[in-house]
Write a protein that binds this ligand. Structure first.
Ligand SMILES: [Zn+2]
Length: 217
């Protein structure tokens, strides 16, 4: 686990919720920090003084959104964003329903995670789910993955992952192929079906035309 990232999260936690030496940040404090309403337009953002081992820590304020008023952004040393969401409930900061508010470094599981028909290595579960959805929408072109030539299992991996000694999580085959996601890789099943039907109809029309020519009207 990244120590500096953990420390940055602890720093933000103390800032928001207070610690032994100081009270927590109120909505009013946040508004003053980001220059609301004096600044007059978004983004209302405040960058905290530099912390060791992370690139930036920023607080974003959204005055228009009653459900989500504060986003904490921590950019780690690799440039990866960690976002946490909060809402002011009149007394303290709470996490809006369905959002991520836990002030801890994102835990990345060691082994490959299965989402849908594919595996994801080196991604947090929510990232893997988002990636899988992007794959299904055909929006993840250029993404790198390993393909098992034996069982066609795909393993998408993060840049930081050490792939040495990795075997197929489905069949155990240790010889995996490096691939890059191209356009035609895997279509939406419905789209594939429609295309198949178009092809069949065309073949049928050609056959009918051929028969007409051969047999006469
Ligand atoms: Zn396999």
């Amino acid at each position: 686990m990244d120590r500096d990232l953990e420390a940055a999260f602890r720093h933000v936690e103390e800032l928001l919720f207070g610690g032994p030496s100081r009270p927590g940040l109120t909505l009013y404090d946040l508004q003053r920090l980001v220059g609301y309403p004096a600044k007059g337009k978004e983004p209302y953002v405040h960058t905290l003084p530099a912390l060791p081992g992370v690139q930036a820590v920023r607080l974003y304020y959204y005055p228009e959104d009653p459900e989500l008023e504060l986003i904490v952004e921590i950019v780690d040393r690799e440039g990866k964003q960690h976002l946490r969401h909060f809402r002011w409930n009149g007394v303290t900061w709470e996490t809006p329903k369905g959002k991520k508010g836990e002030l801890k470094a994102t835990a990345v599981p060691q082994g490959p995670l299965r989402v849908g028909e594919d595996y994801f290595l080196g991604f947090a579960p929510e990232e893997a789910v988002a990636l899988e959805a992007a794959l299904r929408r055909g929006e993840a072109l250029g993404l790198k993955y390993l393909l098992c030539p034996r069982c066609r299992t795909r393993i998408f991996y993060a840049y930081s992952v050490n792939l040495q000694g990795l075997a197929c999580p489905t069949c155990g085959n240790p010889t995996l192929l490096f691939k890059t996601l191209a356009g035609e890789e895997r279509k939406d099943p419905l789209e594939a079906l429609a295309e198949e039907q178009r092809r069949l109809r065309l073949a049928l029309e050609e056959l009918l035309a051929y028969l007409k020519r051969k047999l006469g009207p």
